[in-house]
Design a binder for this molecule. Structure first.
Ligand SMILES: *[C@@H]1O[C@H](CO)[C@@H](O)[C@H](O)[C@H]1NC(C)=O
Ligand SMILES: *[C@@H]1O[C@H](CO)[C@@H](O)[C@H](O)[C@H]1NC(C)=O
Ligand SMILES: *[C@@H]1O[C@H](CO)[C@@H](O)[C@H](O)[C@H]1NC(C)=O
Ligand SMILES: *[C@@H]1O[C@H](CO)[C@@H](O)[C@H](O)[C@H]1NC(C)=O
Ligand SMILES: *[C@@H]1O[C@H](CO)[C@@H](O)[C@H](O)[C@H]1NC(C)=O
Ligand SMILES: *[C@@H]1O[C@H](CO)[C@@H](O)[C@H](O)[C@H]1NC(C)=O
Length: 335
C-alpha cells in the first residue's frame, strides 16, 4: 500500500465507551462486496467502516491526509481518522507497514484503491499484530469490557450494499471426504487423508478455499471433477452441476473426536467463472504450501461462527471456533 499512512488506533480504542453492554453487536455491511463493520473511534466518536479480517491482527484506519490523497476507485468516500481532533488520541510512537500478501498465512488480496473501507479490523491474535500493539478484541477483554472472551460472526443473505497461544484462527484438519450420488442412486464416498500436521486457517479475508497443491487433484477426484481439465481450460464447471447430489466434508480434528463440517455442491456455487454467469468458480484452489489449508468465505458464509479465545489471559488461551447452522432465512447465500 504505497503512499498509505497508517496509524495505530489501539491506544485510543474507545469502542466500548459508547455502550455499557457486555455484548457488542456490529452489523455487517457490504460495500463492493467487501464485508465491513461500522466502528466509532475517538472522542468525540467518529464513525469508520473497517473491513474485518480474522487473518490479520492489526486494526488500522487511514488518516485525514489519506482521506483525500490516497487512490480511491471505490465509488465511496473514505473517512480518515484525525488524531488531533480526538481528545483521547495517544501516540504509541510506532510506525508500521503491513504486508497482506504472502507470508505464512495467506491473507486477503488487497487492492486498496478498490476497497470501500476506511481501514482494517484485525481479529487474529496479538502475537502477529504490529509490534507493540494489541488487538481491539484482546484489549477489550483485558479491560473487562466483554462478558465472554469470544466473538461471533454471521453473514446475512443481503449482499447488496447496505448504506447503512495462537497467532491465527486455525485448527488441525485430518481429512476431506467427497461424496457423490450417481444417476442410478449409488452413493460413493472417497476420503482423502492428510498425514502429519495439516492445519487449516480460518480467514474472513479470503474469498476462496485453498488446499495444498499436492492434495488438490485427489480432492477434486473425490467429487467427480478433474482439476487439471479445468485449469487447462478444457472444462468449464457449470453452476447447474453444483447441486446437492454431491458434497464435501471437512474433518477438523485435534483428537479422535472428529468435528465434521459438510458443504453440499449448491452451497459451493460461486457464479462468474470465466466471466460467465452460468459458470461457477472451481470450489477449491491449489495452494503452494504443504499441509496448509485456507478456509475463507465460501465456507464461513454458510455458518454462524463463534470465535472463542477460551480465556482472557494470553497464557491460558484455548482458541476454538464453533460453527452453527444458520437460521433458514440466512441460508443458501452466494458470495
Ligand atoms: C472516493 O471516490 C468516490 C467516488 O468517486 C467519491 O465520491 C469520494 O468522494 C472519493 N473519496 C475521496 C476521499 O476522494
Ligand atoms: C484535524 O483536526 C484538527 C483539530 O480539530 C483540525 O484543525 C484540522 O483541520 C483537521 N484536519 C482535517 C484534514 O480535517
Ligand atoms: C437488494 O437488491 C435487490 C435486487 O437488486 C433489490 O430487489 C432489493 O430491494 C435490495 N435490497 C436492499 C435492502 O436494498
Ligand atoms: C451406478 O453408476 C456408477 C457410475 O456410472 C457405476 O460405477 C455403478 O456400478 C452403478 N451401480 C449400480 C448398482 O448400477
Ligand atoms: C445434479 O447435477 C448433475 C450433473 O449436472 C445431474 O446429472 C443430476 O441429475 C443433478 N442432481 C440433482 C439432485 O439435481
Ligand atoms: C476424523 O478424523 C479423526 C482422526 O483425526 C478420526 O478419528 C475420526 O474418526 C474422523 N471422523 C470422521 C467422521 O471421519
Amino acid at each position: 500500500m504505497p503512499g498509505t499512512s497508517i496509524r495505530s488506533l489501539l491506544a485510543a480504542c474507545s469502542l466500548a465507551a459508547q455502550t455499557s453492554a457486555a455484548v457488542i453487536d456490529l452489523p455487517i455491511w457490504f460495500r463492493n462486496s467487501y464485508a465491513v463493520v461500522q466502528v466509532a473511534i475517538g472522542t468525540p466518536p467518529k464513525s469508520h467502516l473497517l473491513r474485518f479480517d480474522t487473518g490479520s491482527a492489526t486494526t488500522w484506519v487511514v488518516d485525514e491526509v489519506c482521506e483525500t490523497e490516497c487512490a480511491n476507485y471505490s465509488r465511496y468516500p473514505r473517512n480518515g481518522y484525525n488524531a488531533s481532533a480526538s481528545s483521547t488520541a495517544g501516540s504509541l510512537g510506532i510506525y508500521g507497514s503491513i504486508e497482506y500478501l504472502g507470508g505464512d498465512t495467506a491473507g486477503p488480496g488487497v487492492s486498496w484503491a478498490q476497497t470501500a473501507a476506511d481501514g482494517f479490523f484485525g481479529l487474529a491474535f496479538t502475537s502477529i499484530a504490529e509490534a507493540g500493539t494489541a488487538t481491539v478484541v484482546e484489549t477489550m477483554m483485558r479491560q473487562g469490557m466483554l462478558d465472554e472472551p469470544r466473538f461471533g460472526i454471521y453473514y446475512a443473505t443481503e449482499f447488496n450494499d447496505t448504506g447503512g497461544p495462537g497467532t491465527v484462527w486455525r485448527t488441525r484438519i485430518a481429512s476431506m471426504t467427497g461424496s457423490t450420488t450417481w444417476a442410478n442412486g449409488t452413493k460413493e464416498e472417497t476420503t482423502v487423508g492428510f498425514e502429519g500436521w495439516s492445519w487449516s486457517v480460518f480467514d474472513t479475508g479470503a474469498g476462496s478455499i485453498s488446499v495444498p497443491e499436492n492434495q488438490v487433484d485427489a480432492i477434486y477426484a473425490s467429487i467427480g471433477m478433474d482439476y487439471r481439465e479445468i485449469l487447462d481450460g478444457h472444462r468449464i464447471p457449470l453452476c447447474s452441476e453444483f447441486n446437492s447430489s454431491w458434497s464435501v466434508s471437512f474433518n477438523f480434528s485435534d483428537d479422535d473426536e472428529g468435528r465434521v463440517i459438510t458443504l453440499t455442491g449448491d452451497q459451493l456455487a460461486r457464479p462468474g467463472f470465466a466471466e460467465r454467469e452460468d459458470a461457477c468458480w472451481p470450489p477449491f484452489d491449489g495452494g503452494n504450501q504443504d499441509g496448509f489449508f485456507l478456509i475463507g468465505t465460501p465456507l464461513l458464509h454458510q455458518f454462524y461462527s463463534v470465535w472463542d479465545f477460551g480465556a482472557e489471559e494470553v497464557q491460558n488461551y484455548q482458541p476454538r471456533i464453533g460453527f452453527g447452522a444458520l437460521k433458514p432465512e440466512f441460508r443458501g447465500i452466494r458470495s
